[in-house]
Design a protein around this ligand. Structure first.
Ligand code: ATP
Ligand code: MG
Ligand code: MG
Ligand code: MG
Length: 570
């Protein structure tokens, strides 16, 4: 590419509304332009980077056999009504009517559409497991769009969905996705951690987030490099630490009649009614002694409200309070709520039941799953994750905990049958009987990755793209820039152009900076954009058959022969 013919939209001044390093640099380097809050144009320079991320993500999805589809961003409300999310999703879901007064939404995610597709297209267990993915724009009416494309309203996501006849198959694909995500973020040269995570409004069984470590991140994650433990601090505690204890019958309920009122619960726990909610993790195990996580989602400022017994019944979750001794034994301080489920432990059910204790808990799942767990699972530990502190030993006894800020760039979930149940998505099983499908869903913030990469890689002169293990995976919009210095002779331009053509022929992503600008302006632009290699061609150096070479990361000038220069950049 010749720079004179390419849109260089660099800015000297930092835009007043760009709030963190990456959003400032992306605007200044001419990668993006804002058109309204949370809405951005990708300029040619930025789109090159976005497409590079897409390519790596696409390759790794194809590698694990996922099939690409492309679904519309605009979705009929009927599908969202079937799963209940048309009402439950909250104001991030943009709802609107068409000219015929029909309801539509702009997709913040595509579970409904893909489940509807699977319902229509999949017939037999022989077609499973199957995984679809797309790279497509999502719309979420974020309450506070900020940090440029990091928290935008319209953004690019890779979302994948898998379908299975049973949990074992789901778990296998989930693990393959986990590994594919690990390869993607490794190939991108990012310093990241996979952590256990909350399943949020999507609900489900298991969930991991992938976080790029950066101070501007909005999550706290706790991990230790000498152990496998890693969790989003809003969640915490690894399943692997669950103490295996023999199953016991559920204890007698401390509240013998019906469901206790919240007042009774509060009195029992001796806590004020207007309680600042805590996030707790509850671990239990199945009757076979298998550790199993019961996630409990209590967040923000909640007020205890009256328990609605019928709702809990509907959720099919018998709910009892833990004894005071048990709470103490679990290290639970007064003021926290302990719960025990005498049913097998489903994250979404536990959370659904809890949402009736606590107003505002962001939980909507009330379905029954098709899984056949043994009864009598009970809580073995209740952990207040706010007690997780930097420097604490790890929960699994290996290493000391670090707590760092993370940017969530990926999130994988085992959904169970929430969507397939609601949308009647089944196939005929091995014995000819219909089987409701199990599902997984897997997201990557494709556009957010770029902001996250820049947060991790920048200096006072601008962007530095992450050092990727394979140079072909580099995110830089151009890998090499050739800068011909002004000259009365034609030799400089001829030599620079010949070098440019040679690199181009070798498949190098090279830019010839033939703009009519002072060298200082060009150098500043190239540094701002983060072009990894700069080669300057000048009369003076050509006289000695040399080229000036500068790497963006060490900015030390080196005088090199043509072969040495070629060796640096090919
Ligand atoms: P967050 O906690 O940051 O709001 P999320 O948990 O709501 O993200 P998911 O539903 O897990 O997001 O979506 C999958 C991925 O999409 C996220 O891991 C993130 O990388 C990306 N993403 C989510 N919201 C945005 C946004 N507003 N702008 C850019 N990327 C986003
Ligand atoms: Mg969100
Ligand atoms: Mg999140
Ligand atoms: Mg998420």
């Amino acid at each position: 590419m010749k720079a004179s013919q390419f849109l260089f939209a660099t800015l000297k001044e930092t835009p007043s509304d760009a709030d963190i390093a990456s959003s400032q640099l992306m605007v200044r380097a001419g990668l993006i332009r804002k058109i309204a809050s949370g809405l951005y144009i990708w300029l040619p320079m930025g789109l090159r980077v976005l497409q590079k991320v897409e390519r790596i993500v696409r390759e790794e999805m194809q590698n694990i056999g996922a099939q690409e589809v492309l679904m519309p961003m605009t979705q009929p409300a009927e599908l969202w009504q079937m799963t209940g999310r048309f009402n439950d999703y909250g104001p991030e879901l943009l709802r609107f009517k068409d000219r015929h007064d029909r309801d539509f939404v702009l997709g913040p995610t595509h579970e409904e559409v893909i489940t509807n597709l699977a319902q229509g297209e999949l017939r037999s267990y022989k077609q499973l497991p199957i995984t679809f993915f797309q790279i497509q724009n999502k719309f979420r009416d974020e309450i506070r769009p900020r940090f440029g494309v990091m928290r935008a309203r319209e953004f690019t996501m890779k979302d994948a969905y898998s379908f299975h006849v049973d949990q074992a198959s789901l778990a296998k694909t989930y693990d393959e996705m986990y590994d594919a995500y690990t390869r993607i973020f490794t190939r991108l040269g990012l310093d990241f951690r996979a952590v256990q995570a909350d399943t949020g409004s999507i609900g489900g069984f298991a969930s991991h987030e992938f976080h790029v470590l950066a101070d501007s991140g909005e999550d706290d994650i706790a991990f230790s490099d000498s152990s496998d433990y890693a969790a989003n601090v809003e969640l915490a505690e690894s399943i692997s630490t669950a103490e295996r204890q023999p199953a016991t019958k559920p204890r007698e309920d401390v509240f013998t009649e019906n469901m206790p009122t919240c007042e009774a619960v509060a009195e029992y726990l001796n806590i004020p009614l207007a309680n600042t909610a805590k996030t707790l993790i509850v671990q239990g195990h199945t009757a076979e002694g298998e550790p199993q996580l019961i996630a409990v989602v209590l967040r923000g400022d909640h007020t205890l409200n009256t328990i609605k017994a019928e709702k809990i019944e509907e959720a099919n979750v018998p709910l009892t309070m833990a004894t005071e001794e048990e709470l103490k034994a679990a290290g639970l301080h007064k003021g926290y709520i302990g719960v025990e489920l005498d049913m097998p432990v489903f994250v979404d059910r536990a959370a659904a039941a809890l949402s009736d204790f606590v107003s505002g808990a962001n939980v909507v799942n009330k379905h029954t799953t098709g899984m056949n767990w043994e009864r009598d699972a009970r809580i073995t530990r209740v952990v207040d994750i706010r007690n997780v502190n930097e420097g604490d030993p790890s929960p699994d006894g290996k290493g000391l905990l670090q707590i760092k800020r993370g940017i969530e760039v990926g999130h994988i979930f085992q959904l169970g049958d929430k969507y397939s149940q609601a949308m009647n998505c089944n196939v005929s099983g091995e014995n000819g009987k219909p089987v409701t499908l199990m599902m997984g869903c897997y997201g990557i913030g494709v556009s957010r990755i770029i902001a996250a990469a820049i947060e991790q890689n920048n200096d006072e002169n601008g962007i530095m793209w992450p050092p990727t293990p394979n140079v072909n995976d580099s995110l830089a919009p151009f890998e090499v820039a050739i800068v011909p210095m002004k000259s009365k002779e034609e030799t400089v331009m001829v030599t620079a152009t010949a070098l440019y053509n040679e690199l181009k022929a070798q498949g190098v992503n090279v830019l010839l900076d033939d703009r009519n600008e002072r060298p200082g302006v060009k150098f500043a632009d190239l540094e701002l954009i983060g072009i990894p290699h700069r080669i300057v061609v000048s009369d003076r150096n050509l006289a000695e058959d040399k080229y000036e070479y500068v790497n963006r990361r060490d900015s030390e000038k080196q005088l090199l022969s043509r072969d040495e220069v070629l060796a640096k950049v090919t």
